[in-house]
Design a protein around this ligand. Structure first.
Ligand code: SF4
Length: 479
């Protein structure tokens, strides 16, 4: 029996504990398997950096870097599976999300050899790891990412210095967003640009693409010309009205769906080619309150109330005006109460959107909720302010309006951060590690944006596991 391949690889009676795939990944990331390997084809593989955990679809670790036979570092993703053949059986070979994979790590070999290919037919080197060599004790508390080399110098910097680094990179990021918006305004005009940007922000991360496509395929001008039916057109082109059977809807929704259908059918033939396929939408990973159908209804109201919204934008647009002359002490005169009320107008407009159906429904097919729900919550409005409206105002004069001390920058810098996300947490772990001030550095939108800019400019460009990253030295010189 021992000679057969079936018992060849593992002892028959004393089988070592094979960790679960998740534990395996955690131990790999913790460095328990080491950094130097030999691939299944005999190449020397060195792990330069382990990257960061990818908790979304795609390979397990992204932004990793490896060397093959001492080559220059190759940046990409690392996938870990229990079985070598999982590369094929899990469909990685045909999944575009795995295209950037540079290494496939596995525990159990397959009887036959196979080509670990990506969708573009590129071979991915494979490395076999042996969990039986691991110590039994395992600390399950694995961080999202590893603290980087800059963590130590940042910890020694006084708070104002760290804040000034974050402010500077946030100003840079805001100007970049404004430049992108300005280019778009040149092509599409102010209103269409604003509409597309808000549409895309309403899609949040999961549905950014379908919302952008919708705002491009149904431009504001066309929707305003058909303002009575704009909601039906949006739901129709979104592909949400493709079921002609009213019975699938709850009683409380039938009247509303009927109304949408009546508005959509006269246009359906003309717009058929523009209808988005159902698979463009992602509802998983989205809270019911943020379901794309609710966001779409918000976009429809925005179209109907566009002139009111634009007035609120313009009245708040005094941000763009040059700041009054600072007093001899260098302080800029604060906004008056009336000015502040005007500045909150776009915020209030978005948070106070009302819809008789969507105030009480999560989706077209869900039960009615007894409790009224906001169409766009505070955190989404804060996101729209930070990523669309402020850059839109800055697009008027990027250099002047983001300079420290100007009213626009002062107001932007005060925006409180509503939410964190995985990317931010990863960036914070890389730069601040367990610095007790970490939370307070991320309290404002500006500091979060500044941190993301540093992460993208330095961490995501680095292939040397921090060794050659210039940020720690640049920061030390920062005045
Ligand atoms: S790559 Fe640079 S910025 Fe990122 S953690 Fe390492 S030293 Fe810090």
């Amino acid at each position: 029996m021992r000679d057969t391949t079936r018992v060849h690889e593992r002892a028959l009676f004393v089988s070592p504990r094979i960790p679960s795939e998740l534990e395996l990944q955690a131990r790999w990331f913790a460095g328990d398997f080491g950094k130097h390997f030999v691939s299944t084809t005999g190449d020397k593989i060195d792990i330069v950096q382990f990257g960061v955990w990818n908790r979304e679809a795609g390979p397990d670790f992204r932004d990793a870097a490896i060397r093959i036979n001492g080559s220059e570092p190759i940046r990409g993703c690392i996938e870990i599976d229990l079985l070598a053949r999982s590369w094929e059986t899990h469909g990685h070979a045909t999944n575009p999300a795995f295209e950037a994979t540079v290494l496939h790590v596995f525990v159990e070999r397959t009887d036959r050899e196979f080509f670990t290919r990506t969708e573009s037919n590129r071979n991915v080197p494979q490395v076999c790891i042996d969990p039986s060599a691991l110590p039994e004790v395992f600390n399950a508390n694995v961080p999202l990412a590893r603290p980087g080399r800059c963590q130590a110098p940042l910890r020694d910097l006084p708070e104002e210095r760290v804040c000034s680094v974050l402010d500077a990179s946030a100003q840079f990021r805001l100007r970049q967003k404004a430049n992108r918006i300005r280019t778009k305004i040149d092509v599409h005009g102010r209103d269409e640009t604003l509409f597309q940007e808000i549409g895309s922000a309403l899609g949040y991360k999961e549905n950014k693409l379908p919302f952008t496509l919708l705002a491009q395929r149904l431009p504001l001008r066309l929707l305003r010309e058909n303002v009575e039916n704009c909601e039906a057109l949006l739901f129709g082109v979104a592909g949400f009205l493709e079921t002609p059977d009213l019975d699938v809807y709850k009683k409380s929704a039938r009247g509303y769906v009927r109304q949408l259908w009546d508005g959509w059918w006269p246009h359906r033939d003309d717009l058929r080619r523009l209808i988005l396929p159902v698979k463009s939408w992602r509802a998983s990973g989205t809270r019911p309150l943020n379901h794309p159908q609710r966001r779409l209804a918000a976009l429809a109201i925005l179209v109907r109330e566009w002139s009111v919204f634009r007035r609120s934008m313009d009245s708040a647009g005094q941000f763009r005006l040059p700041s009054p002359q600072p007093s001899p002490t260098g302080r800029v005169a604060p906004f008056s109460r009336r000015e502040k009320a005007r500045m909150r107008a776009p915020h209030n407009f978005l948070t106070e959107l009302e819809h008789p159906f969507w105030n009480f429904h999560y989706t077209l097919t869900s039960q009615a909720s007894p409790k009224k729900m906001a169409l766009i919550g505070d955190s989404r409005v804060a996101d729209i302010l930070a990523n669309v409206l402020f850059p839109f105002w800055v697009a008027h004069d990027a250099e002047a309006s983001t300079a420290p001390g100007t009213r626009l920058w002062t107001e932007y810098a005060k925006l409180p951060a509503q939410l964190s996300n995985r990317r931010l947490e990863t960036a914070a772990t890389r730069l601040f590690g367990n610095d007790p001030r970490r939370k307070q550095f991320l309290r404002t939108v500006a500091h979060q944006q500044g941190l993301l800019q540093i992460y993208e400019d330095f961490c995501m460009q680095d292939n040397s596991d921090c060794a050659q990253c210039p940020f720690p030295e640049q920061m030390a010189k920062w005045v």
